[in-house]
Design a protein around this ligand. Structure first.
Ligand code: ARG
Length: 468
């Protein structure tokens, strides 16, 4: 019967139920590429350092390459008996090359090996997330550019507040995703650290060269403390936290698309390709994709809390609890990448309804601030101006009028300071154009912001082009 690699000190075989309970192969097999790459690096380094011979190393490296191809062709048998991907690959290696294969695990442990694999996996995942964030930002910048001069009510408390450029509204989301991208870039620095060589927890007696391995695998740094190296999962927590923030941003955007596409708003129409119908109500077109983007935020937050809870109170160093780090991370990577991919596809197809936005501007008295500012420019203290305009709004509500319907005589009843030039400020576009403060909604500022983000995005793409 095949033995476990650690069977030596055991009298009884593992119970079947225990094997099923403790295995991680069913989900960590997705690390195979990284596990093999890490093993090749380790093997070559050992040959460089004279720990194994160059002949032994090349035999092992060749066999590892074959194993990778077996996995990729679907020929590899993932036997739960081998617990995890590390042991499954090692077992196959020994099957192929005999005893020499057993030399690969010199000067390392699964504890540093699994950290290495997760770090390598996450480095690629971070780049994928960043690429998709860039696509979403590009889609938003394109939409913003098409809609710089479309004016709609900006909201506070979900009540009509002041007229804003639709481009400005869309660019607000671009800012959020831009910070997200920055967070991932920052998180990457702490992932990009080589732990291999920390061995089980204390380092190794063999004359290894961690710098050689780091260089070979493209790591910028090496862990400074072997005990920390095998028990640290902060880098995963950071990734999960940064992903949770993206999910929160996506869910806010989704929510706006959902309420804006309701008949009450009708500001936007999401393309048919991103909606589904109802099995019972023939008239329905539901924004399911946006709803699921909002809904998936739940599992992404959950994954962060799962891992934080696994780590809480864990003594140094490696504990088997740490195996529970994988599923939350894999699930978050899959969910966030797919969500961003879909968002980048959905955004270019949304259609905004300019007429509805315009009529919302009128029913919402969004020019009230313009009127108050006008009175201030005529020397009226702001508080007094605010009060007079409040009375005008009440008068309009009572007499079912828009602010723009009022004559000069009607306005003069509320303040003598109104003159003919008041009608110049009672204009939605002008109200937008006048807000030229930094970060304000004037068309000019929005165009500048779009131009600026485009430069930023092309710089990021250039950087990532060389990495991927
Ligand atoms: N499958 C394990 C994990 O994911 C690998 C490390 C196991 N180490 C050990 N000493 N049992 O954490």
């Amino acid at each position: 019967m095949t033995q476990k690699p650690w069977q030596g000190r055991f009298d009884k075989p593992t119970r079947q139920e225990v094997e099923e309970y403790t295995e991680s192969l069913s989900f960590d097999k997705r690390l195979y590429k990284y596990d093999i790459k890490g093993s090749i690096a380790h093997c070559r380094m050992m040959a460089e350092c004279g720990i194994i011979s160059h002949d032994e190393a090349s035999e092992i490296v060749t066999a590892l390459g074959e194993i990778q191809r077996e996995i990729e062709r679907g020929e590899f048998v993932f036997e739960p008996f081998y617990e995890d991907i590390h042991m499954a690959i090692e077992h196959r290696l020994i099957q192929k090359v005999g005893d020499i294969g057993g030399k690969l695990h010199t000067a390392r442990s699964r504890n540093d090996q699994v950290c290495l694999d997760m770090r390598m996996y996450l480095k690629d995942a971070i780049i994928e997330v960043r690429i998709n964030l860039i696509r979403v930002m590009e889609a938003l910048a394109n939409l913003a550019e098409e809609n710089v001069e479309v004016v709609l009510p900006g909201f506070t408390h979900l009540q009509h507040a002041q007229p804003v450029s639709l481009g400005h509204h869309l660019m607000a989301y671009c800012e959020m995703f831009r910070r997200d991208e920055e967070r991932f870039r920052d998180c990457y620095k702490r992932v990009d650290v080589l732990p291999l060589g920390s061995a089980a927890l204390a380092g190794t007696t063999f004359p290894i060269d961690m710098e050689w391995t780091a260089k070979y695998l493209g790591f910028s740094k090496i862990t400074r403390n072997s005990m920390d190296a095998v028990s640290d999962r902060d880098f995963l927590v950071e990734f999960l936290a940064a992903s949770a923030i993206i999910a929160m941003h996506v869910s806010r955007l989704s929510e706006e698309l959902i309420i804006w596409s309701s008949p009450e708003f009708s500001f936007v129409e999401i393309s048919d390709a991103f909606c589904t119908g109802s099995s019972i109500m023939p008239q329905k077109k539901n924004p399911d994709v946006a709803e699921l983007m909002r809904g998936k935020t739940g599992r992404i937050y959950g994954n962060l809390i799962s891992l934080l809870t696994v780590l809480k109170g864990l003594p140094l160093t490696y504990n088997r609890d740490l195996q529970e780090d994988k599923e939350p991370v894999f699930d978050t990577v899959d969910t966030i990448v797919r969500t961003l991919q879909l968002l980048a596809l959905m955004l270019p197809e949304v259609k905004f309804n300019e007429e509805r936005m315009e009529s919302a501007l009128e029913s919402g008295y969004t020019l009230a601030t313009e009127l108050a500012d006008y009175l201030v420019s005529k020397g009226v203290p702001f508080r007094k101006a605010h009060h007079s305009v409040g009375q005008i709004v009440k008068y309009c509500i009572d007499s079912n009028k828009k602010l723009t319907d009022c004559s000069l005589e009607e306005l003069k009843q509320f303040s003598k300071c109104f003159e003919e030039d008041v009608f110049e400020v009672l204009d939605y576009r002008k109200a937008v154009e006048r807000r030229k403060s930094i970060g304000g909604t004037s068309f000019l500022r929005v165009r500048e912001a779009i131009e600026e983000i485009r430069q930023h995005l092309s710089m990021l793409k250039e950087e990532l082009g060389s990495k991927s």
